[in-house]
Design a protein around this ligand. Sequence first.
Ligand SMILES: Cc1cc2nc3c(=O)[nH]c(=O)nc-3n(C[C@H](O)[C@H](O)[C@H](O)COP(=O)(O)OP(=O)(O)OC[C@H]3O[C@@H](n4cnc5c(N)ncnc54)[C@H](O)[C@@H]3O)c2cc1C
Length: 538
Amino acid sequence: MEFDYIIVGAGSAGCVLAERLSAKGQKVLVLEAGGSDARFWIKLPLGYGYTFNDPKVNWRYTAEPDAGLNNRAAYWPRGRVIGGSSSINAMAYVRGLPHDFSDWEKAGAKGWNWGTVRQTYEKMESTSEKGSDGKMRIRGNGPVRVSDLRKNMHPFSERFLDVARDLGWDVLDNMNGTSFEGISYYRSTVRNGMRYSAADAFLRPAMKRSGVKVVRGALVEKVEIENNKATGVWYRLGDKRIFAAAKGEVILSAGAVNSPQVLQLSGVGPAALLKQHGIEVKADLSQVGQGLQDHLAITHHYTANEPTLNNRLGKLFGRMTAGLEYALRRSGPLGVPVNQVGGFVRSDASRNAPDMQIYCNPASYGMTADGKPDMGPIPGFILSAQPCRPTSRGQINIVSGDPMDAPKIEPNSLSTEKDIDDVLRASRLVQAMAGTPTVKRVMKAVKAPDISQMNDAELIENFRARASTVFHPTCTCRMGESAANSVLDDRLRVHGIGGLRVVDASAFPNLTSGNTNAPTLMLAMRAADLILADAANG
Ligand SMILES: Cc1cc2nc3c(=O)[nH]c(=O)nc-3n(C[C@H](O)[C@H](O)[C@H](O)COP(=O)(O)OP(=O)(O)OC[C@H]3O[C@@H](n4cnc5c(N)ncnc54)[C@H](O)[C@@H]3O)c2cc1C
């Protein structure tokens, strides 16, 4: 079969493209390095903890020691499986804030303002919500199911809404609704008690069409570029190297770590870096791999004097009854993600827009030494805050010309004054939440370290020593005005190379304020319209 489009990566964006392009009769080849997503721990929402470290479904990257985080080398999970990171993520569905997209447009991504992206979100989603009669119904008929799971969330999560009220924050019905500022139950990409990944929403329906071929275990090594045009890709399948030709375009949807890697291996990137690794320069594009942005969060744990998820899932008997409840009715704690309540707030009233995202979980847990989730029986809970819009930018670069070598990830965290100021603001918010009458009532003790009395310097040091990535790398092949300051134009075409686009989280000009799966799906939905329009215009 000859293919109009070759899509590299069956992750959040790749799955959307496969469906949207094939729906219009285009023949599509999808090459995915990982394997099948038909796995129990992927489908079960609370299985998140088990896929987090599983080499069968996860690239398991490690970033370089990061000076801003006391030289800690962070663990970076990324999905290596059908569905990509949407098959291993925490399922929170968050559109982002309007000014995130105004900033995309200001950076040169014309047409990606809130007005247009909101229309795309609305076309893409079907959202469960409570009607005025109190009954749940579905609004919209898009492929992405966004579920309101509050019925199955732990009763302790109600306390977090009380914390918000104590602090004068609005309690919202839906953080993706008409109002963005305030706290609510998180909405999730879960359907009928199971994870509903991009593969479920898009790829599986697309695979019913004869013009769609998906190859698993296919590691794309490079894009073939002749006379400044992409003609196809080389990929490795077992011990074979195979060339696949594209009649139309090659689209990289390998994610924010691997799309810049594949571009650089193909000779598109900073010339000095490519030459250093013996790669022929096809286009000297200095920004490939640059501009990396990610979210960091600071999380604190408390023991509770009321039951939380720990009381049930921290004990064998509780896990067994939860398993039974799930098996019989697809309900109970195994069918909902552990991030249950949160939203966007201002760290102080003088801010122009919400600048912090909050996460509150009705459980306290960690990881065992061998990377398995570890939830003990003592009731506990978590309060966490994440600065929304960091300004630090890092980079991702190849370390050799060998596609099997993991690229070097340099987050460059907390390298701006603004980001250090945000660290303090986030930490003060956790202090404020922990100091509310509600938390004082339900908290038994603070698990170390206790930040309640820390001064600014101690809070910054605590953040550097303990903050973690929220797994939202973006911007490494960002859209922008020109080849001098970006990799892609506003239609996601690689500057200077025909027939080649990047469509995934690496294309964001700036990180959005919240979790990045929904904006990535949206970006791919809109990209498909642009690709089809360009094809129609010859
Ligand atoms: C642990 C974790 C938790 C997260 N939690 C949330 C959350 O709760 N809510 C949220 O909104 N976001 C969350 N995210 C982030 C979100 O899932 C990602 O931003 C989003 O899935 C990125 O989509 P993508 O298409 O850019 O890349 P991905 O979905 O990662 O897809 C890239 C695909 O390309 C494949 N690939 C890579 N290189 C090659 C190659 N050379 N050849 C062939 N295939 C290749 C990969 O295997 C992968 O399948 C989380 C991410 C992680 C890792």
